[in-house]
Design a protein around this ligand. Structure first.
Ligand code: ATP
Length: 407
C-alpha cells in the first residue's frame, strides 16, 4: 500500500557529539514531543479513515442489496414444455435451451405445458405470464404426445399412408428429402365430412413422429377471440417454432379462410386479417425446420383458393365416409375393450350402417353398451347394436324434423 503524500514526516533524532549533556537531553525531549505530536496526528487520521471505511462499507452494502433486487427483478422468459415428477421442463426463449427446474408448490399447480413463464438466473419459475398466455392457452390446445395411434383409426389406410409421407417422413428424415432434392409439401389439408377421423389422423401423426401437437380451432378464432385472430395465428407459429418438432393443426380452417364475400362488415375484415396473417406465416415459413402444418375442413367448397396455392396447403387429402369394410374395422376398434358376445356378427352390424361416420360408429358402440347395462347384463349382444342403431336413427330423424321445422 502506498503512503499518502500528506502523511507527516517521520521525526528524526539528530544528536551532535559536540552537544552537552543538557543539550542532548533537551534534543531528546523535543524529539519525544514531535513523535507524540505525529502519533496524535496519525491517530486522528486513522479515526477519520475508519469513519470513512464505515461509510464506504454502508455504501457497498446498499449497492449489494440493489444488485440483488436488480438480479431478481430482471427475469427471463421461457415456455413450459412438460410437468414431470422430477420437476418442470422449460425451454428458454431465444436460445431454446431446455432446463429441468422447479417452482413453488402453489405456482406449480397453475402451470400447464405451453404456458409462458418468467424465470430467474437460476431458472426457477417466478411467475406465470397471464394476459397473453390466457388467450393463447385457451385458443390453442397443446399436447406433448397425443395418445392416438394409427391403429386406432379404421377404414382410411390410404389417407394414413399419404399423411405419413407428407408429415412424418419429412420430420423423421429431413436429410432424405434434401438428398433427393424434393421439397416436402408445405401444408396438408384434410377434407371430408364431419367425424371421419381428420383430427385423429393429425394427432396420430404427431404422436408417431414424437412431435408436439398444437391445435387451433378456426371457428373459435373468429367467434371467441375477436380482434385477436391475427395475433393468435402469429403466436401459433411462434409457439410451434419454440416447441419443435411440432405439428400445427388448424381445425375448421374454412372459418378463417372462406372465399371473400361482397359484404363489408367489420367481422369480415377481421376474418380477412386473420387469414392474411395465416398466409404470411406460411409464406415466411420456408425455413420451418421441424414444424409441419396441417388443417382440416368439412367445407372444402367454401375455401378461398389463395390458401391452396403452392407453398401453402399444397397437399390435399380427402377423408371420406367409411365404406362397409372401413365401418367394420372402426366398429372393431370401438368395441375392442367391450365385452361383446361371441356370436355377434360385427360385419353384419357394420353392413347396416351405410352413411355412418367414424364418430357415429363410436356413439353406436357406446349406446349398445348402455342397452346391456340398462338390462343388467355384462355382455353386449347383436340385438343391443341393432337397438342402438334404431335409437340413433330416431334421434337423427327428430333432429331433421326440428331442422325442417325451423327453416
Ligand atoms: N376412422 C376412424 N376410426 C376410428 N374412430 C373414428 C374414426 N373417425 C372418427 N372416429 C371417432 O370419432 C371421433 C371424432 O373423430 P375426429 O374428431 O377425428 O373427426 P373429424 O373428422 O376431425 O371431425 P370434425 O370434422 O367434426 O372435426 C374420434 O374421437 C373417434 O372416436
Amino acid at each position: 500500500m502506498s503512503h499518502s503524500p500528506s502523511l507527516p514526516d517521520r521525526p528524526r533524532l539528530e544528536l551532535d557529539p559536540e552537544m552537552s549533556e543538557t543539550e542532548r537531553l533537551e534534543a531528546i525531549r523535543q524529539h519525544y514531543r514531535r513523535i507524540r505530536q505525529v502519533n496524535d496526528e496519525l491517530e486522528e487520521r486513522l479515526d477519520d479513515a475508519q469513519d470513512r471505511r464505515g461509510e464506504l462499507k454502508a455504501d457497498v452494502d446498499e449497492l449489494k442489496r440493489e444488485n440483488e433486487v436488480l438480479k431478481t427483478s430482471s427475469l427471463y422468459i421461457a415456455s413450459v414444455e412438460e410437468i414431470t415428477d422430477d420437476g418442470i421442463v422449460i425451454k428458454q426463449h431465444g436460445n431454446n435451451q431446455e432446463v429441468l427446474t422447479q417452482a413453488s408448490t402453489t405456482l406449480e399447480s397453475d402451470l400447464r405445458p405451453g404456458d409462458r413463464v418468467a424465470i430467474n438466473d437460476s431458472f426457477a419459475v417466478q411467475q406465470v405470464l397471464d394476459d397473453e398466455t390466457d388467450s393463447r392457452a385457451q385458443a390453442m390446445e397443446v399436447t406433448e404426445s397425443p395418445d392416438v395411434t394409427y391403429d386406432d383409426i379404421g377404414g382410411i389406410d390410404d389417407q394414413i399412408r399419404e399423411v405419413r409421407e407428407a408429415v412424418e417422413d419429412p420430420l423423421d428424415d429431413p436429410e432424405q428429402f434434401e438428398a433427393v432434392g424434393v421439397e416436402p409439401p408445405s401444408g396438408v389439408l384434410l377434407h371430408g365430412p364431419p367425424g371421419t377421423g381428420k383430427t385423429m389422423l393429425a394427432k396420430a401423426v404427431a404422436n408417431e413422429s414424437d412431435a408436439t401437437f398444437i391445435k387451433m380451432a378456426g371457428s373459435e378464432l373468429v367467434r371467441k377471440f375477436i380482434g385477436e385472430g391475427a395475433r393468435l395465428v402469429r403466436d401459433l407459429f411462434e409457439l410451434a417454432a419454440e416447441r419443435e418438432p411440432a405439428v400445427i393443426f388448424i381445425d375448421e380452417i374454412d372459418a378463417v379462410a372462406a372465399k371473400r364475400t361482397d359484404s363489408k362488415t367489420s367481422g369480415d375484415a377481421e376474418v380477412q386479417r386473420t387469414m392474411m396473417q395465416l398466409l404470411s406465416e406460411m409464406d415466411g415459413f420456408d425455413d420451418r425446420g421441424e414444424v409441419r402444418i396441417m388443417a382440416a375442413t368439412n367445407r372444402f367448397d367454401m375455401l378461398d383458393e389463395a390458401i391452396l396455392r403452392p407453398g401453402r396447403f399444397d397437399r390435399l387429402i380427402e377423408v371420406p365416409e367409411p365404406n362397409a369394410e372401413g365401418r367394420e374395422r372402426i366398429l372393431e376398434i370401438h368395441t375392442q375393450d367391450m365385452n361383446v358376445a361371441d356370436d355377434t356378427d360385427v360385419g353384419a352390424v357394420a353392413a347396416d350402417l351405410e352413411g355412418y361416420s367414424g364418430a357415429d360408429i363410436a356413439s353406436l358402440a357406446t349406446e349398445a353398451g348402455m342397452f346391456a347395462i340398462r338390462d343388467g347384463r355384462t355382455e353386449v349382444t347383436q340385438a343391443d347394436f341393432e337397438q342402438a342403431r334404431e335409437k340413433l336413427q330416431d334421434a337423427e330423424q327428430t333432429e331433421e324434423r326440428v331442422i325442417n321445422y325451423q327453416y
